[in-house]
Write a protein that binds this ligand. Structure first.
Ligand code: SAM
Length: 238
């Protein structure tokens, strides 16, 4: 991870295992709490569809998984990092019981999903896909496990198109955030990796084309907070 961006599963899971204990605190602090509103927008986008059973891929500590559960969905969270999953499980055990079972969590990679074909009404990924070792294979796997007419919802960071906003964002993301991240997490790499991984991730229309190449239709995206994050939706037509 020191040189360039290794996205090997072992490197990525080691990094997230190392920061898992401080992940939630840093997430909400560094985004000034805005990340919660972004996840809410994703959940709202799915509520308008008949989706019931959801796979929250790269679920991490389970913030989106839990938001989906609280909105009445049956959710399975999946992630590479055992420490992130452990926190997600602990948070879920404290949840007030609803009609549907509390989220189930599974350790696996996005590139090799341990689910039958056509298992889910929707697959969600928040701030996970830019870390995947092989996005094309992961998107093929997602397509496979989605039911016909199933939906894909992806929330991911982006670089704002407006230059004033982009300059502010780059300064914050590349200069301030790594320093605070390192101080709190004591991990020297993880919060330097974050801006680098956002910079190299394809954005907006370019990423939509990647999704389309794997067979998805009706691809749409919505920039959030001036384009700091983007919410993508796509469908597997029946
Ligand atoms: C930045 S965290 C996002 C967690 C959570 N979705 C959220 O919104 O806070 C990225 C997560 O992606 C997971 N991840 C990265 N690559 C993965 C892969 N190939 N398969 C499964 N999970 C992966 C990491 O372990 C980590 O927990």
């Amino acid at each position: 991870m020191e040189k360039g961006l290794s996205k090997e599963h072992s490197a990525i899971s080691a990094m997230f295992n190392s920061i898992a204990g401080k992940y939630d605190l840093l997430n909400h602090l560094l985004s000034l709490g805005i990340d919660k509103g972004w996840r809410r927008k994703l959940v709202r986008g799915l509520k308008s569809s008949p989706a019931k059973v959801i796979l929250d891929l790269a679920c991490g500590t389970g913030d989106l998984t839990i938001a989906l559960y609280k909105n009445g969905f049956t959710v399975t969270g999946a992630d590479l990092s055992v420490n992130m999953l452990q926190i997600a499980r602990q948070k879920s055990e404290k949840l007030e019981k609803m009609e549907q079972p509390i989220p189930d969590y599974i350790e696996c990679s996005a590139e090799n999903l341990p689910f039958e074909d056509s298992s889910f009404d929707a697959v969600t990924i928040s701030f996970g896909i830019r870390n995947f070792q092989n996005r094309d294979i992961a998107l093929q796997e997602i397509f496979r496990v989605l039911k016909p007419d199933g939906r894909l919802a992806i929330l991911e960071f982006a670089t704002p198109k407006n230059w004033v906003w982009r300059t502010l964002f780059n300064t914050y993301f590349s200069v301030i955030l790594p320093v605070i991240g390192r101080m709190i997490s004591k991990d020297t790499r993880a919060y330097r990796y974050l801006p680098e991984s956002v910079k190299e991730f394809p954005q907006y229309e370019t990423f939509c084309k990647e999704i389309e190449r794997q067979g998805f239709n009706n691809i749409d995206f919505k920039p959030l907070t001036g384009g700091v994050a983007v919410l993508y939706f796509a469908e597997k037509l029946g």
